[in-house]
Design a protein around this ligand. Structure first.
Ligand SMILES: O=C(O)CCC(=O)C(=O)O
Ligand SMILES: [Fe+2]
Length: 344
C-alpha cells in the first residue's frame, strides 16, 4: 500500500509550503517548475522519512506501477468557474495547490515536469473540461475517450524518431489533477500486462514488429503544422517493445493503423484494442486527487463527460513528466521558451 503513504507525504509537503508562502510567492514559484520540484520533492522525501518509510523503495514502486491514485493530496479550495478552454489555467488558490502537488510528486520521483511546444503553446498545465460549441475540440472534450497513450506519435524515451532526431520522447507519466468532478466521470486505466494476457503469442509478436503508422493526437496537430511545417506521423513503428523492465506500449485506438491492411498486423491491433476495452478500470478523480498514469505500462481513456459547460462542471488539470536524465538539449525548444518545453 504505497499510494496512501506517498499521498500523506505529498499532502504534508504541499500544506507546509502553502503555510510558508504568500499567494504571489506561489505564483512566482510555479513559474520555475524545476526549482519547485527540487524543493517539494525533498520535502516529500523528508515527510516519508519522518513517518519511518523508505523513500527509495516507495520511489521505485511508484515508477514501476502502471498507475497510482494519490487521493486527497491537496485542498482544491478557492476556484473560479470551470474554464471553457485548455489555456490559460486561472491562477487561483486551488489550481496553485493542484499544480504544486503534481510538481511535488514528479520531483520526488526524479522526473521533470514537461510540455511540448506543439500542444497548447507549450503550457505546462492545461485544463481538461467540456468545451462549448460543435467543433472537433468540443466533440472530443464532451465525449468518452478510448484507450491511448499520450503524444503517441513521439518515440519511447531513449529512442529517436526516424524522420527528425529533434523530436522529443512522449512523456513517461501523464498526470491528472482533480479540481471538480460532480458526476464522478471516470478516467479509465488499462494495465498493459493485463491486456497482453488476453492476446495470443502471435498477436503479441505482430505488435512488436515495425509495421504500424502512428498519427498525432488532435491537440498537437495545429502546433505541429506551425513548428514542423507538417503533421508528424511515425511510420513502420512497433506498438510494443521489450524494455529492461518489461514490455512497454505506444497506442491509440484512433491514431494507430497497421501499415498494410487485411493482414496479421491489423488483426493483432484489433485484438489489442478489444483486450484494452476488456481490462479497462474506472478511476473517478475527485477534487484534491492526483492520478499518475504510466504512459508506457498503461493506456488511459475516459467515460462520457456530457455537455455541462463552465460553472462547477468537471475540471481536471493535465501535465506530463519525463525522466530527462539522458535527454539531449537539442530535444528542447529553448530559444524564447522555458527549458521544460520539449520539441516540437
Ligand atoms: O479527461 C480525462 O479523464 C482524460 C483525458 C485524456 O486522456 C486526454 O485528454 O488525453
Ligand atoms: Fe490522454
Amino acid at each position: 500500500m504505497t499510494a496512501p503513504k506517498l499521498a500523506a507525504a505529498i499532502r504534508a509537503a504541499a500544506t507546509a509550503w502553502e503555510k510558508a508562502t504568500t499567494f504571489d510567492q506561489r505564483t512566482y514559484a510555479l513559474a520555475c517548475p524545476g526549482e519547485l520540484a527540487d524543493i517539494l520533492g525533498k520535502a516529500v522525501e523528508e515527510a516519508l522519512e519522518s513517518a519511518g518509510e523508505d523513500p527509495m523503495a516507495i520511489r521505485q514502486e511508484v515508477i514501476a506501477a502502471p498507475f497510482v491514485l494519490l487521493a486527497g493530496v491537496f485542498e482544491p479550495g478557492e476556484l473560479p468557474e470551470t474554464p471553457e478552454w485548455f489555456t490559460p489555467v486561472p491562477d487561483a488558490g486551488g489550481t496553485q495547490m493542484g499544480r504544486a502537488a503534481a510538481t511535488a510528486a514528479h520531483g520526488f520521483l526524479g522526473m521533470e515536469t514537461v510540455s511540448y511546444g506543439s500542444e497548447n503553446s507549450g503550457e505546462l498545465f492545461v485544463s481538461l473540461t467540456a468545451i462549448p460549441g460543435k467543433g472537433k475540440y468540443a466533440r472530443k472534450s464532451q465525449g468518452g475517450l478510448r484507450g491511448h497513450t499520450d503524444a503517441v506519435s513521439f518515440p519511447f524515451n531513449g529512442e529517436t524518431d526516424a524522420s527528425n532526431s529533434r523530436i522529443a520522447p512522449s512523456p513517461d507519466l501523464v498526470t491528472l489533477v482533480g479540481l471538480r468532478n460532480p458526476r464522478a466521470v471516470p478516467t479509465t486505466v488499462m494495465v498493459l500486462d493485463e491486456a497482453l494476457d488476453k492476446l495470443s503469442p502471435e498477436d503479441v509478436h505482430e505488435l512488436k514488429q515495425g509495421q504500424f503508422s502512428i498519427g498525432s493526437q488532435t491537440t498537437f496537430l495545429e502546433g505541429m503544422s506551425d513548428i514542423l511545417g507538417d503533421v508528424h506521423t511515425a511510420i513502420d513503428e512497433p506498438v510494443l517493445k521489450d524494455a529492461a523492465f518489461g514490455t512497454i506500449v505506444r497506442f491509440s485506438h484512433s491514431n494507430v493503423f497497421s501499415t498494410e491492411s487485411g493482414g496479421a498486423a491489423e488483426t493483432a491491433a484489433e485484438n489489442f484494442a478489444k483486450a484494452c476495452g476488456e481490462v479497462a478500470k474506472p478511476v473517478a478523480i475527485e477534487p484534491g486527487d492526483v492520478l499518475l498514469v504510466s504512459n508506457r505500462r498503461c493506456l488511459h481513456g475516459r467515460g462520457e463527460v456530457g455537455d455541462d459547460i463552465g460553472g462547477h462542471s468537471r475540471w481536471l488539470l493535465r501535465t506530463y513528466a519525463l525522466d530527462t536524465s539522458e535527454l539531449d538539449d537539442s530535444r528542447r525548444h529553448l530559444g524564447d521558451q522555458p527549458p521544460h518545453v520539449l520539441f516540437p
